[in-house]
Ligand binder design. Structure first.
Ligand code: FES
Length: 510
């Protein structure tokens, strides 16, 4: 425990405790209230992600505990672990969830048997007890994710996990911030790039993630930062390459600690191992004899972990399944495109799907779905294992989860992000989200403008709604602080990241 850490935690009320459960999971106790956050213990995304370090030794105590409150930030399986949730006392626990446009999260919580569910909108508060207050923060774009401010007698813990609340909406008086620092995406590591291109793109994304983290830390005024919400590890030998911490977007905190100390010298970074807890006296370390042993020999640690969970990752390969037929695939895309008719509007591209030797061209331009033998204009080719395609077509998972499994590989030509296609795949099974994108497009055409550096342009990023009031402007190029897309402010043309233009108003500097 350093002096900086001690100072940063000094305001935590006596008796209060913030205990890490690994990944984005926490258990917080204060004022007689016990809150559980995003407990994740079982494999996610087609049995590909596992918590790192292994947190399973904590599961029995979590399942046996009684919680007054449970907060679930969003539906991704590394936050919404249905297996673990099914082990909790569902009568005694009040579940606090974000109020998303799609009602899916509330529905799933209710289906699990929880009776008391409180859905909070952006900035809405829930007072659990005197001195224990929760405030919900949403990603206010079409994306459905949330963070939570937990006020413990004036000490403010902000759990941002992997949520991107617009930066201008973040609280500025935070004591401890918990947020993601590593990637949680399939880009670029699942794309078929030559090695040198892959290295360059990986380095860019790692740099962007770090920059975004530093901005969040500075904006929130946090005195201490808890690295959290990743990276996971991948125990299926098929996915071994994603455990390479230097060649992927999944670094461990030790890789970034020095850069962080240089960028934020007054902020105490406190890496909690599963079971460690913050208290007013400092960090109370877990008594688990395996605590921190992953550092001794990461490869040996992962080999032993893989062995312990062989049945769990092996289940993906063992499950019997039937390959998807052309008729089923046609019906699937027919439904997806008809649900998203307004979103697709005049979209004209095809996507080529390759599943274990079968190739299909899906004509997304034709609402109702149509498969062709030969692609006409397939900008994207997606290789998907047949068993994953079966799970998608049966509705057991969406494309978002399949992509996050890293079991798919992609190729695109030209090498440009296709926002419509990827949004259709990621959000199309929740049309409330794609309809919000339709509204965002309309707002982009006529919504709020801001003036900066002599330019007038739309205030919220046309990619995913970040507040461009905080964007960097270098000459005539604007860079969004969230995913670092860039636009030419003279024309509105997107010059890096994607193809979606920025609305630039007529009045320009003289
Ligand atoms: S929100 Fe993604 S680049 Fe702006």
């Amino acid at each position: 425990m350093t002096d900086g850490q001690r100072r940063a935690l000094g305001g935590l009320p006596p008796g209060a405790r913030i205990r890490s459960l690994g990944h984005a999971g926490y258990e917080i106790e204060h004022a007689g209230v016990r809150l559980l956050i995003d407990p994740w213990f079982h494999p996610a995304f087609l049995a590909s992600w596992f918590p790192f370090p292994d947190n399973r030794p904590l599961l029995a105590s979590v399942a046996a505990a009684s919680y007054d409150l449970l907060y679930l930030s969003h539906e991704h399986e590394d936050h919404f672990d249905a297996h673990t949730l099914g082990m909790l006392d569902r009568d005694a626990t009040t579940v606090v969830v974000p109020r998303f446009r799609s009602k899916s999260l509330v529905r799933r919580v209710t289906q699990l048997g929880f009776r008391n569910v409180v859905a909070l909108g952006h900035r809405e508060r829930y007072e659990a007890a005197d001195g224990f207050v929760l405030t919900m923060l949403l990603d206010t774009s079409h994306k459905e994710d949330s963070g939570l401010v937990v006020d413990l007698g004036g000490f403010r813990f902000l759990d941002l996990n992997d949520c991107n609340t617009p930066m201008s909406e973040l609280p500025t008086d935070v004591d401890v911030l918990s947020a993601q620092y590593s990637g949680a995406m399939w880009y670029p590591n699942c794309y078929a790039y030559p090695d040198e291109v892959q290295r360059k793109k990986t380095a860019e994304i790692r740099g962007d993630l770090f920059d975004t983290l530093v901005r969040k830390v500075r904006l929130t005024g946090a005195a201490a930062y808890l690295p959290a919400a990743g990276p996971p590890c991948f125990l299926d030998p098929e996915l071994e390459r994603f455990n390479d911490r230097s060649a992927t977007i999944f670094p461990v905190w030790d890789d970034l600690a020095d850069d962080f100390a240089a960028a934020c010298p007054d902020v105490a970074a406190v890496l909690l191992e599963p079971g460690d807890a913050l208290t007013a006296d400092g960090v109370a370390e877990s008594a688990d004899p395996a605590r921190g042993t992953w550092r001794d020999s990461p490869q040996a640690y992962l080999a032993a972990y893989r062995e312990r969970r062989a049945e769990e990752w092996g289940a993906y390969h063992d499950e019997a399944f039937e390959a998807v037929s052309a008729e089923e695939l046609d019906a699937y895309f027919g439904k997806l495109t008809s649900w998203n008719k307004r979103f697709l509007a005049d979209y004209q591209r095809d996507v080529r799907l390759v599943a274990d030797g079968h190739t299909w061209s899906v004509r997304l331009a034709q609402v109702g779905g149509a498969l062709e033998e030969d692609p006409v204009d397939a900008g994207y080719t997606i290789h998907v294992p047949s068993r994953a395609l079966r799970a998608i077509v049966d509705g057991r998972i969406g494309w978002e989860e399949a992509l996050l499994s890293l079991r798919l590989s992609l190729h695109r030509d030209p090498d440009v992000f296709d926002l419509t296609l990827m949004s259709l795949l990621r959000y199309g099974n929740h049309p409330a989200q794609t309809m919000q994108m339709v509204r965002e497009r309309a707002e982009a055409a006529s919504g709020e403008s801001i003036e900066r550096c002599g330019y007038s342009f739309q205030r919220f990023c046309p990619h995913a709604g970040e507040d461009l009031a905080l964007a960097d402007i270098d000459g005539e190029v604007l860079e969004c602080p969230r995913h670092h897309w860039k636009w030419d402010l003279r024309t509105g043309e997107c010059v890096s990241g994607g193809t979606v233009p920025l609305r630039v108003d007529a009045a320009q500097p003289g």
